[in-house]
Design a protein around this ligand. Structure first.
Ligand code: SF4
Length: 255
């Protein structure tokens, strides 16, 4: 096979709501924070990503993440750019469909760092897809806001629990997750956490690779990671409001 620009990893129902989705890996990246990692995109299969956001149909790929812009959140992903472009390229048939050859897909990304969910939540896609894809990878990173969901536990060794407050971090840690916790301006870092090396030292995720989930069977897990909210969207981030919303949603057994 000539060098593909990207590969289709999965086409099928979303684990989050059953809607048709597609997972795609693109093989070149100019993302400065992550470095040159293989990027994976989790998109609705039946409409453009922006259309999904406009119609509130993005819960198929984002669940009820509190940061969805369709619900007034502050998600850092500009859906009109990379996700839209990846979907258009997919619709033109430019990616090689390897959804029935995940061992082959794993060979394509062998020795590379893989980012699970450059857009979309990895829990929308069956865990075995990610396990197969990363079987020969150098490492991977990934995050989920869906860690409270039933059936989420099998992803604990693949991705970090995304948390928006120290109390969410405590709750996820008790459930056996390593976390990536966003702290508000006045929040103290929780115990056994360290500051994201991208913020602290300018290290890329490709070189760091710390956000790879909890290790199966290990009693004492590696430390979790924190980052302080910043950037243009900081003013839209209210960790107390998000935490209280998350607690309400937790009562309904979703997120
Ligand atoms: S801790 Fe490392 S892997 Fe995680 S987000 Fe920061 S730089 Fe990336």
């Amino acid at each position: 096979m000539a060098n593909p620009i990207g590969i289709v990893l999965y086409r099928g129902p979303s684990r989050l709501d059953g809607s048709p989705i597609v997972a795609i890996a693109t093989l070149e990246s100019s993302n400065r924070k992550t470095g040159d990692m293989v990027q994976t995109w989790i998109l609705r299969d039946d409409m453009l990503p922006l259309e999904a956001v406009r119609e509130g149909a993005d819960d198929a790929v984002c669940g009820d993440c509190p940061h969805r812009r369709s619900t007034g959140g502050a998600c850092y992903v500009n859906v009109g750019q990379a996700p839209q472009s990846v979907y258009r390229t997919y619709a033109r048939g430019r990616y090689v469909d390897m959804s029935r050859d995940l061992q082959g897909a794993a060979l394509v990304v062998r020795g590379r760092m893989v980012r699970l969910g450059a857009y979309g939540d990895p829990l929308a896609v069956p865990a075995e897809v990610w396990r197969a894809l990363t079987a020969h990878a150098k490492g991977h990173t990934g995050y989920t806001h869906q860690w409270r969901r039933e059936g989420a536990d099998e992803y604990r060794t693949l991705v970090m629990a995304s948390c928006d407050s120290p109390s969410e971090h405590a709750s996820a840690s008790l459930r056996g997750w390593r976390t990536f916790v966003v702290l508000g301006p006045d929040d103290a870092p929780p115990e056994r956490t360290f500051e994201c090396l991208s913020d602290a030292k300018g290290t890329s995720c490709e070189d760091c690779g710390a956000c790879d989930g909890a290790k199966a069977g290990r009693v004492l897990q590696a430390a979790s990671v924190w980052i302080r909210v910043h950037g243009a969207l900081a003013s839209r981030f209210d960790s107390a409001a998000i935490a209280s919303r998350a607690r309400r949603v937790d009562l309904l057994r979703v997120i």
